[in-house]
Design a protein around this ligand. Structure first.
Ligand SMILES: Cc1cc2nc3c(=O)[nH]c(=O)nc-3n(C[C@H](O)[C@H](O)[C@H](O)COP(=O)(O)OP(=O)(O)OC[C@H]3O[C@@H](n4cnc5c(N)ncnc54)[C@H](O)[C@@H]3O)c2cc1C
Ligand code: FES
Length: 264
């Protein structure tokens, strides 16, 4: 059983403006936190609220963790007001993780839309740290427009070790990446399902059409992973707020293999 009262303070040591309304916060908890790719934390500001955020940093770094926060409401707006030196509280890490070690030797496709790339960034870091263990790694990162693409500098660095495709729904005159939604780019790239694993994360509509695009290429649903989001309260399987069927996203997820979640 998780200790709900195990709340740690963490100092914000860096705030990175990724895109309009999207900031990455580098947090230094009072004690190091180890986590696995796919896990999340619950971050709170006293008297304002508490929200779940995927940990978006490198799992090999334990003295700091990063969360990438899209400002969409009261609590996330208030987090966006914070600066280096400010303190937040956090619980976790919670949830399960991507079974990356089972993927050794395979061709891996990682596809994220918008903030959906955040929980996939630790996966990418983990693959990068043992890149020769994988047959190939392909990353597709999509956003509505060029300025909304997060982690731009890193995407360029990752190109040295893996195939990286960035895509936008609406291009501007400087855009040199692809144009179109992530599922369309998945179809265009045409990755073979042979010895392959795909991971897709983003808005529900992207997951649904991404799954269809992969099925069209011959992927079976047991080759596809995703992470799910739902409003959370306790984060540890007690309050019943985040159920899909008999399971709770916070406790049994947020990572699910597609063949285990039906028609999500
Ligand atoms: C496991 C998990 C990981 C997450 N990772 C991230 C992340 O890496 N970065 C990030 O920016 N956000 C992430 N979220 C979503 C984040 O928790 C919510 O956006 C946040 O709680 C909103 O709080 P608020 O008070 O600012 O907005 P509210 O006023 O509570 O909500 C604003 C709007 O967002 C909707 N909303 C709120 N929470 C969710 C949710 N969980 N799923 C779908 N819609 C929601 C509401 O229905 C409303 O329309 C994650 C959620 C979960 C469950
Ligand atoms: S948030 Fe309480 S059961 Fe998942």
């Amino acid at each position: 059983m998780h200790d709900l009262m195990n709340v740690k303070n963490a100092e914000i040591i860096e705030v990175i403006d990724e895109a309009p309304a999207l900031k990455t916060f580098v947090l230094k908890p009072i004690e190091p936190i180890t986590f696995l790719p796919g896990q999340f934390v619950l971050v709170s500001r006293l008297g304002i609220g508490e929200s779940a955020f995927a940990i978006s940093s490198d799992p090999l770094k334990t003295d700091t963790i990063s969360i990438s926060v899209q400002a969409v409401g009261k609590h996330t707006d208030s987090l966006h007001e914070l600066d280096p030196g400010d303190i937040v509280s956090l619980r976790g890490p919670y949830g399960n993780a991507f079974p990356i070690n089972e993927w050794r030797g395979k061709n891996i496709l990682i596809a994220g839309g918008g903030i959906g790339i955040a929980p996939l960034r630790p996966v990418i870091y983990s693959l990068l740290s043992n890149i020769s263990d994988y047959a190939s790694v392909t990353v597709v990162c999509g956003a509505r427009s060029p300025e909304l693409i997060p982690y731009k500098g890193e995407l360029e660095e990752w190109e040295d070790s893996m195939s990286v495709y960035t895509t936008v729904d609406n291009m501007d005159e400087n855009w040199i990446g692809k144009v179109g939604v992530v599922p369309k780019v998945i179809e265009e790239i045409g990755i073979s399902p042979e010895n392959a694993i795909a991971v897709i994360c983003g808005p529900p509509v992207m997951i649904r059409f991404g799954k269809e695009a992969l099925a069209g290429l011959g992927f079976t649903f047991d080759q596809i992973y995703t992470t799910l989001e739902m409003k959370m309260k306790c984060g540890v399987g007690i309050c019943g707020r985040c159920n899909i069927d008999h399971r709770y996203i916070c406790r049994d997820g947020p990572v699910f293999r597609m063949d285990t979640i039906g028609e999500y």
